[in-house]
Design a protein around this ligand. Structure first.
Ligand code: 10E
Ligand code: SF4
Length: 324
């Protein structure tokens, strides 16, 4: 059996930054560091950080006074920021800068007195965070072309759309066409707010899936971007499995298979891909081959407050002659 690896796959710049923020906070301030929601949607990442002293909570009520709390990469509603400030909690924000960019668009439209349509999935934390940038009733959520027909904006001439960052490129394009048909004056980004990492991983799966007999997508079921990759593989008629790690592999999937494709969502560590390759090799697969793909060079800097805290710590260490 041959293994072909999708390129790019795995961690994006926003996930790298979010994990580093929790990591640095633990290093600088010690445990416990509270994290609102899974910092990224991956159980292995969360378990590793938990083992080092991170405490994951869903709401700020679960965070004790005077604690340090980190907001997950998916972003938070304004009300959550206000709640944290009112309680005097020390906050580090791991919201991906590309999600923050969408929040800024929302604030701009809101200042211009516009209503908005968010294309996204109900209940997802990024959707809750983006909807929570404006007062209730100012933003409508749609997921499908059919949803567009149900919209009843107050003034169709003052309407804009924004999107979740991790959607299917193809589905979103269709919803945008439907919005533009129904509301010709609707404003929005040139195309959508789907991020570079989501687009690149979907493009990679699009070119890999037709080449292989089976596609494995490493990621969690609650990870939107990973689920979209698995969905895409299935749509391209390639038997596709979304798996969290090697323990979910089943030998009978590979009975009649000669080429295996592997991709990984933006929140899935490469160590999980390695574990899967090792298991497949134990079942007779050859050395994997990286397929060609775009090279990603995006890096996001850490929050200034965290960088400053680290410099102060280094200076204090140097002054006392301690090795840092
Ligand atoms: O479920 P999502 O794909 O939104 O999140 P994830 O944690 O699996 O991957 C990182 C993506 C983020 C933070 C959303 N832009
Ligand atoms: Fe940021 Fe995109 Fe990664 Fe989400 S998937 S964290 S928007 S880079």
């Amino acid at each position: 059996m041959e293994i072909l690896l999708a390129n790019p796959r795995g961690f994006c710049a926003g996930v790298n930054r979010a994990i580093q923020i929790v990591d640095r906070a633990l290093e600088l301030f010690g445990a416990p560091i509270y994290v609102r929601h899974e910092v990224v949607h991956n159980r292995h990442v969360v378990d590793d950080l938990r083992a080092r002293g991170a405490v994951f909570v869903e709401e700020l009520d679960e965070v004790p006074d005077a604690a340090t709390v980190i907001f997950s990469a998916h972003g938070v509603p304004i009300a959550v920021r206000q709640h944290a400030a009112a309680r005097g909690l020390s906050v580090f924000d791991a919201t991906c800068p590309l999600v923050t960019k969408v929040h800024m668009e929302v604030k701009k439209y809101s200042r211009e007195g516009m209503e908005m349509v968010l294309i996204g999935h109900a209940g997802h934390p990024e959707v809750e965070g983006t909807m929570g940038q404006v007062e209730e009733g100012m933003m409508y959520l749609v997921s499908t072309v059919a949803d567009v027909a149900t919209l009843t904006p107050r003034n169709p001439e003052k309407l804009a759309y924004i999107t979740q960052t991790t959607l299917s490129m193809d589905d979103t394009a269709e919803v945008i066409v439907a919005l533009r048909q129904r509301f010709p004056q609707i404003q929005g980004p040139k195309k959508d707010d789907i991020c570079y990492a989501t687009q690149n991983r979907q493009d990679a799966v699009k070119s890999l899936a037709p080449e292989v007999d089976i596609l494995l997508v490493v990621g969690a079921p609650n990870s939107s971007n990973s689920s979209r990759l698995a969905e895409l593989g299935g749509r391209l008629d390639t038997p596709t499995y979304l798996i969290e790690d090697a323990s979910q592999l089943r030998r009978d999937w590979f009975a009649e298979v000669s080429k295996i494709g592997i991709s990984a969502g933006a929140s899935a560590p490469e160590s999980l891909v390695k574990g899967i390759i090792e298991q497949l090799q134990a079942w007779g697969a050859s050395v994997p081959r990286e397929t060609a793909g775009v090279e990603e060079k995006v890096i996001f800097s850490l929050p200034l407050a965290l960088v400053q805290a680290q410099s102060r710590r280094q200076e204090a260490g140097q002054a006392s002659g301690e090795a840092v």
